[in-house]
Design a protein around this ligand. Structure first.
Ligand code: FES
Length: 159
């Protein structure tokens, strides 16, 4: 599992990110995206530094981070499994795949398996609607997923 940034690295890099966005109108979201791009999540230690830099409260920063599901509040696992929850995949048995993945990994949406191997995220259409249920494992799109295929793929990455 990725390790959180060292405090000195965090402050230094965060200072640069804040400076890069100093002239933005409404800079909080772009700053949070830049932070997540840097570390893969928004480290809690970053919130007071961002708040101070923007002269807003830490609660405001936290409110935005927790409101948008795109922002992670903890490091993701080594692998990312995204399962399509959009309508066409749901009609083709997607809910069964979701349930099987949650049971196999022992997590709910946005959770990471206890071995730190796989983070489970929902996604809303991968462009394979006629070949669902669809999912994406580490950027590799998989169509016509059934429970046996899911089990086999998860054994490869989260044995
Ligand atoms: S609805 Fe699942 S890929 Fe489009």
């Amino acid at each position: 599992m990725p390790t959180p940034p060292a405090p000195a690295d965090l402050e230094g890099r965060l200072g640069a990110i804040l400076a890069d966005h100093a002239t933005f109108e409404g800079p909080l979201l772009p700053i949070l995206h830049a932070v997540q791009a840097e570390w893969g999540y928004v480290p809690p230690e970053a919130l007071p530094i961002i708040a101070e830099g923007l002269n807003i409260s830490r609660a405001e920063v936290h409110g935005v981070v927790s409101f948008y599901h795109d922002f992670r509040e903890e490091p993701a696992g080594r692998h990312m499994l995204k399962i399509c929850r959009a309508e066409a995949c749901q009609a083709r048995g997607g809910q069964g795949i979701e349930a099987a993945a949650k049971a196999r990994l022992g997590v709910d949406w946005h959770g990471t398996s206890s071995k730190g191997g796989v983070t489970l995220e929902p996604v809303y259409c991968l462009g394979l609607c006629a070949n669902g249920p669809a999912m994406m494992l580490d950027g590799r799109v998989v169509a016509r997923v059934d429970e046996a295929r899911l089990k086999s793929l998860l054994e490869e990455v989260d044995a």
